[in-house]
Design a binder for this molecule. Structure first.
Ligand code: MN
Length: 243
């Protein structure tokens, strides 16, 4: 179902933060999956698809609906790739099997239409927020995750709720700039990957930033959240477009 006059494109989204309390976000994503995404060459979800994910064993009704819709997209031949965000980093292989999506590591280098890009959720670049980076190191530890996932679902839910409340209090206490990416960290990952383009979400500050690192032109594309409207990056043979 290709739209006439439009090149087939890979689509990137992030930070949907789907949860039962905000049904309009899930509805918007279902609409996107049933229409725009069907014409895509691939769909990349760069983290925080869900507001909370405490394990693959107990998705709620809204989450099951998203899994079914992703499966439907895969059935239509559109490959879907899902990266962890800071909210849903416990998405695992059972989710992947049920949804037909492939889990991506963070960061990952992808090549599309002969161009290479480094793709991340983005939270790892917010290195100015040291308490968050310490928390991130803890909860991404496989031992911590094993222990957490061994807890009963009700206990996991309670802990995740307490962590979100703590995170809200923490973010409110910081100047807004601290929660953005740090330029030296962006330069470091681009330099290490040897690429000109970085795509990420997380900061909810959509935009396309052009700058130099080591005298080489670079581009940082930031996806927006889905609270009020969708935010989609189209990448086709003609280039990038953030819509
Ligand atoms: Mn995030």
């Amino acid at each position: 179902m290709t739209v006439p006059g439009r090149r087939a494109a890979a689509l990137f989204v992030s930070d949907l933060h789907i949860d039962a309390a905000h049904p309009q976000i899930a509805a918007r994503f279902h609409e996107f999956l049933a229409h725009d995404a069907r014409a895509a060459t691939a769909l990349y979800v760069l983290g925080d698809l869900f507001e909370s994910w405490v394990g693959d064993d107990d998705p709620d009704e809204v989450q099951r609906g998203v899994i079914a819709a992703l499966r439907e997209l895969a059935t239509h031949g559109v490959p879907c790739f899902v990266m962890h965000g800071n909210r849903d980093f416990l998405i695992g292989e059972r989710f992947a099997a049920a949804s037909g999506a492939t889990l991506l590591p963070d960061p990952v280098l992808i090549t599309l239409y002969g161009e290479r890009a480094l793709v991340m959720h983005g939270d790892a670049l917010c290195t100015g927020d040291r308490p968050y980076q310490r928390l991130r190191a803890t909860v991404r530890d496989p031992g911590w995750q094993r222990r957490f996932l061994a807890l009963p679902v009700a206990a996991r839910r309670a802990l995740a709720g307490a962590a979100r409340a703590g995170s809200r209090a923490h973010n409110a206490s910081l100047a807004p700039t601290i929660a953005d990416v740090e330029a030296p960290s962006v330069a470091a990952v681009l330099r290490a990957a040897g690429v000109g383009t970085l795509i990420h979400g997380h900061t909810h500050r959509p935009g396309i930033h052009r700058f130099d690192v080591d005298g080489i032109a670079r581009t940082r594309i930031v996806l927006g959240d889905w609270y009020d409207t969708g935010s989609v990056l189209r990448w086709d043979s003609g280039g990038f477009e953030l819509v």
